[in-house]
Design a binder for this molecule. Structure first.
Ligand SMILES: [Zn+2]
Length: 482
């Protein structure tokens, strides 16, 4: 607060009408003036300091021309007082407007009326410590409601003035932790799509995931383990009672490995079960390499995500009629595996078994085929398989390139570096009121030509995440307010 004399504006009940009066009120220094009339000037003397309250409106709503008129009359009154007191200097708080009257007009009236007054008039602005208070009140309070930059700026500029106010509002909101973790940003990070390797034969590379939970059925199952061959897109689904490592490892062994053989690579989400000792020990014993697709980035596990979607859709349509949904699970998978996959344009069943299944409707076709020896049959099958594998591989690569072409059209690439502070988008399905982001975290490692970075979640705890889930933070984890 300045120590020299002040001019401020009030209404007829003594309520503040401008920034200067509000600042006095905030510092509990607003004089108690009641029953003053519009246009009147009240002089408050405190030792050598004089404060002047100009009443610019009565309590009822008044038009801007009336208020301008009251201000004009008030200054006329003030002129006589100032001439008499012969003060050296007097200050008035500058605002964007006063009671909807733009500051330009007020300044014009002042210079016109006070032209002969020798007292120097100083325009003051809100002091920095008060600016923070105002920002907090206008953004963080219940009235502020953590609104965005434009809304907060508009609200403040009608009441207060200081240079570069908009920049301050912007900076204040950018470091508001609540805003950063609660709100989704419109323009998300979107790095160019990285194309994964495409295997050349079935069961080489398989991806595992969990779908559900679904309603618990009499056998106690409520989740589905899906196992998909990355090449043929052949999918196996197993109803399981829970997603523990033991259950998953057992289901994978009995329902996939014992029927289709051991894959070289198993891709999985970072689900705790897949990273557990039970699972990694099994993989080690069977010489399977396990690879983690980075958490919650559907693009990294693309084809399985799409199959999950169609599987879930398929199940939902009949789940009402079949309370025991696991009864229809195998039928759903058979339907999926015998339908043409959009990626390679073959039926997954055909790529897996080098033939299509016998169905009641295709029985007459099978009867017409010639009788061949075992040797011929195997030779035929191998030739067929080699041919269709080659075509399927080409088509899968082309489909991936096509997907990349469209995906990359809408990229919003961010060049993350070691040491950057970032907010992490939460994974999974978010309930509406839950925080959208966590953090901020520090990037501790980047990988060349990979869309992932390693972040430090807490001391000695790291996680590799996809860059599309990150956005740069203006606050570092070391900032005291986090
Ligand atoms: Zn906020």
């Amino acid at each position: 607060m300045r120590k020299d004399s002040y001019i401020f504006f009030i209404d007829s009940l003594g309520k503040p009408c401008n920034d200067g009066a509000r600042q006095l009120q905030n510092h509990a220094k607003l004089p108690n003036i009641t029953n003053s009339e519009a246009c009147k000037v009240t002089v408050i003397q405190d030792k050598n300091q004089y404060n002047f309250a100009i009443t610019i409106r009565n309590i009822e709503r008044e038009s801007t021309p009336t208020i301008i008129n009251n201000i004009r009359n008030g200054f006329n009154d003030l002129k006589d007082i100032l001439l008499e007191l012969d003060l050296k200097c007097i200050s008035i708080a500058k605002s964007e407007s006063i009671e909807n009257t733009p500051w330009d007009i007020i300044e014009e009236i002042m210079s016109e009326i006070l032209v002969d007054v020798k007292t120097q008039i100083v325009f003051t602005v809100v002091e920095p410590p008060d600016r923070m208070k105002i920002l907090e009140e206008m953004h963080c309070s219940a009235i502020g409601g953590h609104k965005g930059i434009t809304k907060v700026f508009r609200r403040i500029k009608g009441l207060y003035y200081w240079p570069q106010m908009k920049k301050d509002v912007q900076q204040f909101i950018q470091i508001c932790v609540k805003c950063q973790i609660k709100k989704l940003v419109r323009v998300k990070t979107r790095q160019p799509l990285c194309i994964s390797d495409t295997p050349r034969r079935s069961v080489d590379k398989v991806a595992l995931d969990i779908v559900g939970p679904f309603p618990v059925i009499s056998k106690g199952n409520n989740n589905i383990l899906t196992i998909q061959c990355n090449f043929s897109k052949y999918c196996v689904a197993v109803a399981i009672p829970n997603a523990t490592a033991e259950v998953i490892a057992d289901a994978f062994l009995k329902n996939f490995i014992c029927i289709y053989g051991t894959p070289s690579i198993v891709l999985s989400d970072r689900g705790q079960a897949f990273l557990s000792k039970v699972f990694t020990n099994m993989a080690k014993a069977l010489k399977i390499k396990t690879m983690c697709t980075s958490a919650y980035n559907p693009a990294g596990n693309g084809s399985l995500e799409r199959s999950h979607h169609s599987l879930a859709e398929y199940i939902k349509t009949i789940i009402d009629k079949h309370s025991e949904w696991d009864d229809i699970l195998q039928l759903a998978m058979f339907s999926y595996n015998t339908s043409v996959h959009e990626g390679h344009e073959f039926q997954p069943f055909k790529l897996m078994f080098a033939r299509m299944p016998n169905l009641p409707t295709t029985d007459h076709l099978n009867k017409a085929s010639k009788i061949i020896t075992y040797g011929d049959f195997i030779q035929d099958m191998c030739n067929n398989l080699a041919q269709i594998n080659e075509i399927a591989h080409e088509k899968l690569v082309a489909a991936k390139l096509r997907a990349k072409y469209y995906y990359d059209k809408k990229i919003n690439e961010v060049n993350f570096k070691v040491g950057d502070s970032v907010w992490l988008l939460r994974g999974g399905k978010n309930k509406k009121l839950e925080d959208q982001y966590t953090g901020p975290y520090t990037i501790v490692e980047t990988f060349k030509n990979k869309p992932h970075v390693k972040i430090e979640l807490k001391k000695n705890k790291h996680s590799v995440v996809h860059c599309n889930r990150l956005r740069l933070s203006k606050i570092t984890p070391n900032d005291g307010n986090v």
